[in-house]
Write a protein that binds this ligand. Structure first.
Ligand code: FA5
Length: 341
């Protein structure tokens, strides 16, 4: 390699680079050209630089100088190309207006029923009730038998329940272990009493399932809040006080509620509780003194302890508080509705 060859290689490299960089139209092509000519490892300038050592000793200073000049020309060509690309994208692409407000991200919300559940837990917590959970897939023992609901009771009718086929076996609703989606949270009363000695003061909130036709106040899946208080000498006056305190706390001090005599196989006496809403009484739950037969079935001594239980419809409470007139709105998944909570 002599100095003339070295200089002529540098010369043609620099003009190649200037030509190629003058015609790049996008940043990918610019980057490719930069790597081709100036790449630190395999760039074409680097390749020529590697031959500098082959020059005669006296030619090396001139070779080094020419190398720097070529490098300078390529660098300027890259800078010019970069500037040209910036101006062309600024004039042809979408204009950025930094004074415009940003795009607001869509934030999710906690579903109104979940919010209600948290609120109800907080109120009942202040009244000394602990929260427990129970399964949604239940057996007939917990959903009916232990609750004193006999085999011929209409509530056990397969048409009024979601019985489940397990391992392809025929459903037998009279068996104690037939599976179904629970139709009430009263199942949790049994599960707690089977495993805990009195005193017991719990609530349990969760989904229940009934093949009810959906209308403004019914849905086939809804939520209940079960309450259970067992101790020595718990009485009906305490049941009414707790439900009244709960209702005024959640629905406001001017809410009107009333108790109607009713019947549940697992409570005696039993009541149904209604609140007044736009001049109409709406039922929001059932309640009563736990039947001694139920206490005995879970191994409690009905001579020593007594208690009350209630099961309230969470949707109806939420609807009354937030003035939602149709339960179906809660489950339509319409963000315009849900965002209001
Ligand atoms: C029961 O489910 C009893 N387990 C309540 C109970 C518990 C009584 C403990 C005694 C002791 P009921 O079937 O009435 O009762 O339902 C209770 C509440 O659930 C109703 O008052 C209503 O608020 C709500 N509810 C019932 N069916 C539906 C439905 N399809 N959609 C929405 N809410 C409903």
């Amino acid at each position: 390699m002599n100095i003339d060859e070295f200089i002529s290689q540098l010369e043609s490299l620099a003009s190649d680079a200037e030509q190629q960089l003058a015609s790049v139209t996008d940043s990918d092509a610019l980057e490719a050209a930069r790597v081709e000519f100036m790449g630190a490892r395999n760039g074409r300038l680097k390749d020529i630089q590697k031959t500098l050592g082959q020059l005669a000793k006296e030619d090396k200073p001139q070779g080094g100088k020419k190398l720097n000049e070529a490098k300078q020309r390529i660098t300027s060509a890259i800078e010019n190309a970069t500037a040209a690309l910036e101006t062309s994208s600024a004039s042809s692409g979408p204009q950025v207006d930094p004074t415009l407000p940003g795009i607001r991200p869509h934030l999710g919300r906690v579903h109104p029923i979940t919010q209600t559940i948290e609120h109800l837990k907080e109120i009942m917590g202040k009244l000394g009730f602990a929260v427990v959970e129970g399964p949604e897939v239940e057996d007939t023992w917990h959903n009916f038998v232990a609750l004193n609901i006999p085999e011929d009771h209409p509530a056990r009718d397969p048409l009024d329940n979601f019985y489940l086929t397990v391992a392809g076996q025929q459903v037998d609703p009279s068996a104690h272990n037939a599976r179904l989606l629970r139709s009430q949270t009263s199942t949790v009363q049994i599960r707690v009493m089977e495993n805990t000695q009195p005193p017991v003061r719990i609530i349990s909130l969760g989904r229940v399932y009934r093949p009810d036709e959906a209308d403004a106040t019914h849905f086939p899946m809804f939520h209940q809040m079960e309450g259970l208080w067992i101790d020595e000498a718990v009485n009906m006056a305490q049941l009414k006080s707790v439900l009244r305190m709960f209702a005024t706390n959640y629905l406001g001090s001017n809410v009107k509620i009333r108790f109607r005599p009713s019947f549940f196989p697992f409570t005696e006496p039993s009541v149904e509780a209604d609140f007044l809403w736009n001049d109409t009484w709406v039922e929001f739950g059932g309640a009563g003194m736990v039947d001694p037969k139920v206490l005995a079935a879970v191994g409690y001594d009905p001579e020593k302890v007594s208690g009350f239980a209630f099961g309230l419809g969470v949707e109806r409470l939420c609807m009354r508080r937030h003035e939602v007139s149709d339960i179906r709105d809660l489950y339509r998944n319409d963000a315009r509705f849900l965002h209001q909570f």
